[in-house]
Design a protein around this ligand. Structure first.
Ligand code: GLN
Length: 538
């Protein structure tokens, strides 16, 4: 039977609950157990797909096309397991399915209530994550902080689950803050005590308490937390601030966090293999070169809006022993400038990531033109492909009014247009072209050099596409359509060979990059950027 670990947070948000959950998952996986992860988000949106990146950061897309919270990206990168529709549950998802059942008459005349109907629905989603993944252990992170009104039904469901399947099948990890008070110069346990009291008030006694702290917890602090919170001292784990997040699982391992979990579940303590992780920590701690990449976007004030892109750049940097510095460029600022030299001085590669709507578009097009003309390595992602096509159509093919119908519905030369099956779509939520689609790569292309494969599968999230009516014109001027989806005849990858490294894709490679397995397109982009940097220095 699948075992379930629940990770809650107390005191303040931003303690790194997600990192704690995924670190534990990684430790259990490295002992040979099959793990799966899930996150509960207490907001009423059915998924984050309709939320502004300014509000919520990036929308992470799983292989099956579910639009999820960006924490799922951290999970996938950490544990290197594909997650799916059972991995991100929101209040909106729970309520819409309960209301749908009520309308169908499934409740046979009952008054539909939070307990038991909403809580049953929540529990079903937890069990479903276990049964569909066939995992030994499912780790569920509960978004928000204990005491929030929004998360109460979730917490109540966990209490019921403990009651149903017992302590040998469920385990509660509570993450809290142990602050250091300057002046008296000591660590304080009171916030942890209060947060555990709050959790107990909801019927949950934690089994492990993870304390975020700036300095190591001394024995007397652990004793105090153990006494007041009724857990063995060894179950008080310190999560000391670190520069390198990959150090966190190693710190937990040293405190035997995974062994505590396996003991409670009555599972064998198999041999652990953390070699890969230790090597990664070494690499990240000793990057001996630096290089700057420009990221041109419109959500640049909130770096979380591009978190997977940033992580993917870093992964490729690890491979080449190079620390990647990002120059955040707000595309709108480029719009009124005639000379972009100052913006891009010292930059060795330019990336235009995904985006929606027409604000800042012209600035991004200018950045792409700058990369193309000055032969600076370019990587375009989704919107970054569409704008590269517009730029090429306007500035190389002379179609001055080329644009996308996303920005101008009546555009006379829509080189980017709504996909045919999108024309009748009314609802905005969950209706983009989402998740895995195959791409057929042309041999003798840069794309083929990157992947070294003829057929690849990548994750998508878009509504518009390259308008095939313009392909011939664009090809005549040298643009190469090097990746195509054979079934729908949609363009997946473009490149411009008269340039050291100009490539863009309609999909989102950033969702598939892993710290020890950088994505081929990012790897090739960083390699070209390093070559560009070296050549400048000659
Ligand atoms: N707005 C564009 C579209 O819908 C690009 C989407 C994206 O960059 N994710 O097709």
């Amino acid at each position: 039977m699948t075992k379930y670990v629940f990770v809650t947070g107390g005191v303040v948000s931003g303690l790194g609950k997600g990192i704690t959950a995924s670190s534990l998952a990684l430790l259990l996986k490295s002992r040979g157990y099959k793990v799966f992860m899930q996150k509960f988000d207490p907001y009423i949106n059915v998924d984050p797909g309709t939320m502004s990146p300014f509000q919520h950061g990036e929308v992470f897309v799983t292989a099956d096309g579910t639009e999820t919270d960006l924490d799922l990206g951290h999970y996938e990168r950490f544990i290197d397991e594909e997650l799916n529709y059972t991995s991100n549950i929101t209040t909106g998802k729970i309520y819409s399915s309960v209301i749908e059942k009520e309308r169908r008459g499934d409740y046979l005349g009952a008054t539909v209530q939070i307990v038991p109907h909403i809580t049953n629905e929540i529990k079903n989603k937890i069990y479903e994550a276990g049964t569909t993944s066939n995992a030994d252990i499912v780790i569920t992170e509960i978004g928000g902080t204990i005491g929030d009104i929004e998360s109460q039904a979730f917490i109540e469901s966990l209490r019921q689950m403990r009651n149903e399947i017992g302590k040998e099948n469920t385990l509660f990890v509570h993450t809290t803050l142990v602050p250091f008070i300057y002046g008296s110069n000591e660590l304080k346990t009171k916030p942890t005590q209060h947060s555990v009291i709050e959790l107990r008030g909801m019927g949950i006694q934690p089994d492990i308490i993870v304390c975020r702290t700036p300095i190591e917890l001394e024995d007397n602090i652990k004793d105090k937390i153990s006494l007041f919170c009724s857990i063995p001292k060894e179950h008080v784990i310190d999560s000391i601030d670190v520069k390198n997040i990959y150090q966190i699982p190693i710190n937990y391992y040293k405190q035997k966090m995974d062994e505590i979990v396996l003991n409670q579940f009555g599972l064998e303590i198999k041999k652990s293999n953390l070699k890969g992780l230790e090597n990664l920590v070494e690499t990240v701690n000793h990057l001996d070169k630096e290089m700057e990449i420009a990221l041109v976007g419109k959500y640049v004030e909130l770096h979380d809006a591009y978190i997977s892109v940033v992580e993917s750049l870093k992964h490729a940097g690890y491979f080449y022993n190079t620390k990647i510095l990002i120059r955040w460029i707000d595309s709108e600022q480029l719009e009124s400038e005639n000379n972009l030299d100052d913006f891009f001085k010292g930059v060795n590669g330019i990336i235009v990531p995904g985006g929606f709507g027409n604000r800042g578009i012209e600035g991004k097009i200018k950045a792409i033109e700058y990369a193309r003309v000055n032969k600076i390595p370019y990587l375009g992602l989704c919107l970054g492909l569409q704008l590269a096509v517009i730029e090429f159509a306007r500035n190389v093919c002379g179609i001055k009014d080329a644009s996308s119908t996303e920005f101008n519905e009546l555009c006379p030369n829509p080189v980017i247009d709504l996909m045919a099956d999108q024309k009748s779509v009314v609802n905005m939520g969950g209706t983009l072209r989402l998740g895995n689609y195959e791409c057929h790569i042309k041999k003798n292309s840069l794309a083929y050099k990157c992947y070294n494969e003829e057929y690849i599968v990548e994750r998508h999230r878009h509504r518009y596409e390259v308008n095939n009516q313009y392909i011939q014109t664009l090809e005549e001027k040298g643009l190469v359509f090097s990746g195509i989806n054979d079934k729908s005849n949609l363009v997946e990858i473009i490149e411009y060979p008269d340039h050291p490294h100009f490539i863009a894709c309609q999909f989102h490679p950033e969702f598939k990059s892993r710290p020890t397995r950088p994505h081929p397109l990012f790897k090739s982009f960083i390699k070209a950027s390093i070559e560009y940097q070296n050549q400048k220095e000659l």
